[in-house]
Ligand binder design. Sequence first.
Ligand code: SF4
Length: 343
Amino acid sequence: MTLTEKLKKWYEKNGRDLPWRVKGKAHQNPYEVWISEIMLQQTTVKTVLPYFERFLKRFPTIADLAEAPIEDVLLLWQGLGYYTRARKLHECARVVTQKYNGYFPADRKELMKLPGIGPYTSAAIASFGFNLPEAVVDGNVIRVLTRLNGWEDPVTTIADQINAFAEELTKASPCPADHASAIMDLGAGVCTPRSPLCPFCPFNQDCVAFKTGKTENIPNISKLKKEIKKGYVFFIENKQGQILIRKRTEKGLLSGLTEFPWNTDESFPFKAQWQITDKTVKHVFTHFDLTLTIVKTQVDSLPENCDGFFVFPAEFKNYPFSTLMQKVIKKMSGEKKKNTLLP
Ligand code: SF4
């Protein structure tokens, strides 16, 4: 039996049932495939499932998404993180609606011209949405393929080799969509980063890493050293009990989201009687780890040189706060009751 045949057999019995997947053929709606793929970037399947359901309920078609204000999209994205994805998603929906009459092109090169769709996502839409023989290579797939071949070189130096082998397997499969799902499922559930379940793997007779006892060393992924950043987040209350919030600029980190003023240089935005609390929030970004200490004060009115506006805490739910800022809200809930803000 060939590798693809072994994988097919394993998948028929063990493949996951997911709402954005149809076994044995392409998904009937590439729009749903696209939504799921964008959500799944940097996010687990378990986390994505309820978001996917809510999103499709609110935006059942690409036209619904294209017509919606970006604020509605960001609100539904709240908690998923990496908000640039949501902005690009919205932009892409508009382009597909206007330029392609609401239908994704069934061609990987065309797909890559769309906002927010890179090499990986284009391959995923082509495969899952159109059953085209495009190799879908994510971290799970890389792990399976490098272990199977016993490739110990750093993954970044053998990317072409990995892609070529992935393509070879994909082309040998009668159903590329199933093949892509199968190899991902194998990586997610059997060929796991730690303690892979090799005795249950359809490739255990072929796998070099298993035979040589090197599964823990492969794939060879050199970890980048992350920067550590520290700063303050400011919880500024007026006499009416409203809190100062602001909208981030349209570009860059957490763009377009609502936030409390914060910085990473531990300076204060204006002169006031600041109280540094013992509360901190931590958040892991792609390139750095951030710890913010919550600092609070009370003011009569919006200080000069300070942008933003005041809202009551009960209104926070109407604004798209990032996960980082939601942590601040959680830490500060109960503060009003205890009346611990400065007089
Ligand atoms: S035999 Fe083990 S290491 Fe090899 S592909 Fe299967 S699960 Fe991964």
